[in-house]
Write a protein that binds this ligand. Structure first.
Ligand code: SF4
Length: 326
């Protein structure tokens, strides 16, 4: 796959299995197939949490260390920090001049998050404008494709509309990026809800083996199996529909399904079969992570920031010329 791919993530600190299966595994594959820009979306963090910027720096380093540990290679992909490339702010500003406010108001995430995240102030211009900032992040590198989950797809459509409007107004400059839908398995947390740091239900890539076993061992299962002798249904078991399906072999799945439906096995025995595979996947990641220091993350970001700035400077020279600024 040729062309440029851009993707980013807010600085959330240590990465969990949801981050791994939802994005990172895919990024590692893409880095050898295309010209990739992967960035820490630290300004984006302020669009929903402007009052608590305190943890951004530490979370950035922790996250990038995990990125390196899973196999992202700063020699192949450009790994950078959004706030280190000020051109993103300039492009965001100029694109804001031609973006109708209703385009932003109608993005599904705007309404949804304002309804759901009631513990914070989302009545800001920054929150309304965050899909536009995303558009600037993507168009800056003239991305051909943007890997996203289905929930982010409307933002890529918005980016295409903004690119079209810019091109019609000032001349053809930006390619319209395609959505590269990431077919990621659904990873739920230990309580059966979406795996998320804020729900305290996550299994982290750096959790020691005993903690991984303890967390997954306690993971919710089919409530019908209240007693060891009660049969259950794997399709109603969050551990099975999320983890077992990803990690276990077809033979193991057959054994677990039958054992579950006949109460032939207990939930812990069933889960330990899956846990063994999770540990095997995490082992090399943990080993690499243990050798990495904060300075490695800083060095990767410094090199990536430099490369991203060069590309961004070229794009902005073209943008300024197109709009009519020196
Ligand atoms: S036996 Fe396995 S599949 Fe059945 S409820 Fe327990 S953990 Fe889930």
């Amino acid at each position: 796959m040729a062309g440029v791919i851009v993707s980013g993530a807010r600085p959330t600190g240590r990465q969990h299995l949801g981050n791994y299966h939802g994005a990172l595994k895919n990024w590692v594959r893409l880095q050898s197939e295309a010209t990739c820009f992967f960035f820490v979306a630290d300004w984006h963090a302020l669009t929903t949490d402007y009052a608590s910027p305190g943890e951004i720096e530490e979370s950035t380093i922790e996250m990038v260390l995990d990125w390196l540990a899973v196999g992202l290679d700063p020699g192949q992909a450009t790994i950078f920090q959004q706030s280190a490339v000020k051109e993103h702010a300039e492009l965001y500003l100029l694109l804001g001049m031609l973006t109708p406010v209703p385009w932003l108001e109608r993005t599904p995430s705007y309404k949804e998050q304002r309804e759901q995240l009631t513990d914070r102030d989302l009545s800001t211009y920054g929150f309304l404008g965050y899909p536009l900032l995303q558009a600037a992040d993507i168009l800056m590198y003239k991305a051909a494709k943007v890997p996203v989950g289905i929930d982010q797809a409307p933002h890529i459509e918005l980016t295409r509309e903004i690119a079209r409007r810019f091109n019609q107004t000032y001349g053809p400059l930006f390619p319209e990026p395609e959505t590269l839908l990431t077919e990621s398995p659904k990873i739920v947390g230990t309580d059966g809800r979406k795996m998320s740091k804020s729900y305290r239900n996550a299994v982290y890539l750096t959790d020691p083996p005993a903690e991984v076993e303890s967390k997954l061992g306690r993971m919710v299962t089919d409530p019908r199996r209240a007693r060891r002798t009660d049969p259950g249904e794997p399709n109603d078991c969050p551990a099975y529909t999320s983890f077992h399906r990803i990690y276990c072999t077809p033979e193991e799945l057959r054994y677990q399904e039958e054992g579950c439906r006949t109460a032939g096995i207990g939930c812990l025995e069933c889960k330990l079969i899956m846990v063994k595979h999770v540990q095997a996947e995490l082992e090399p990641i943990r080993a690499r992570r243990a050798k990495l220091k904060a300075t490695d993350a800083r060095a990767a970001l410094a090199a990536g920031n430099e490369r991203a700035r060069e590309v961004a400077a070229r794009t902005m020279a073209e943008v300024r010329a197109a709009v009519g600024f020196p």
